[in-house]
Design a protein around this ligand. Structure first.
Ligand code: CMP
Length: 195
């Protein structure tokens, strides 16, 4: 077993609502080790690099939107003027760039075995209205895709958490310099054996 790293970003809505401490406490409570922390005013270039500029990413985001609209009997063309998944993904990315620059974002790197699965479980479904109670998105938001899209903005879902171990490595390298990451021992490590 190897340890994984995950990047957590408390997005502008989480920062503006004063939720940083409450959110970070949840990752500490479960036993993950915080190895990097900072506040940053994100540049456009960093946000563009953070959300992959690939057909696959655009299609994933666009398809999620289309599936949601279909379930609710709504027509995506009313908002996006298209029902092409990639084109919708590109529009959402434009909204994300503006949104990420509304205020500083709070960045945190956590490390542990099965870290990615743990951070995704604690964060909850990307769409807040579908996120289970007890998760960060389920407890602090109830935003929906259709409302967000009608208002030409991304979901205000409070936190970004890396999706896969590979994304975790890439995202940490994008936002943190090696000297901004710290290696130390947590008191709990001797007793929990999991960190
Ligand atoms: P995140 O988990 O950071 O990764 C991609 C982000 O895109 C996601 O959170 C949402 O904030 C946003 N997003 C994805 N699909 C939509 C959509 N249809 N409408 C608004 N925002 C979206």
């Amino acid at each position: 077993m190897t340890k994984q790293k995950a990047l957590l970003i408390i997005k502008p809505d989480g920062v503006q609502r004063g939720l940083i401490g409450k959110i970070i406490a949840r990752f500490e409570r479960v036993g993950l080790k915080i190895i990097g922390l900072k506040f940053e005013m994100a540049s456009k270039e960093k946000v563009v690099a953070h959300y992959p500029e690939t057909e696959a990413w655009f299609a994933k985001v666009g398809q999620r939107t289309l599936t949601n609209y279909e379930k609710k009997g709504l027509d995506a063309r009313k908002v996006f003027k298209t029902n092409d998944a990639v084109a919708i993904g590109k529009i959402v990315k434009g909204w994300l760039i503006t949104y990420f620059q509304e205020s500083p974002v709070f960045m945190c790197v956590v490390e542990g075995y099965d870290c990615i699965e743990i951070v995704r479980k604690l964060s909850g479904n990307t769409i807040p209205v579908l996120a289970a109670p007890g998760t960060i998105r389920g407890d602090f938001s109830h935003d929906t895709i259709d409302l967000a899209n009608e208002q030409n903005r991304p979901l205000r879902n409070i936190i970004h958490a890396s999706d896969t171990p590979e994304d975790g490595e890439k995202e940490v390298a994008l936002w943190f310099k090696p000297e901004e990451l710290f290696n130390y021992q947590l008191a709990g490590e001797r007793f929990m054996y999991i960190i």
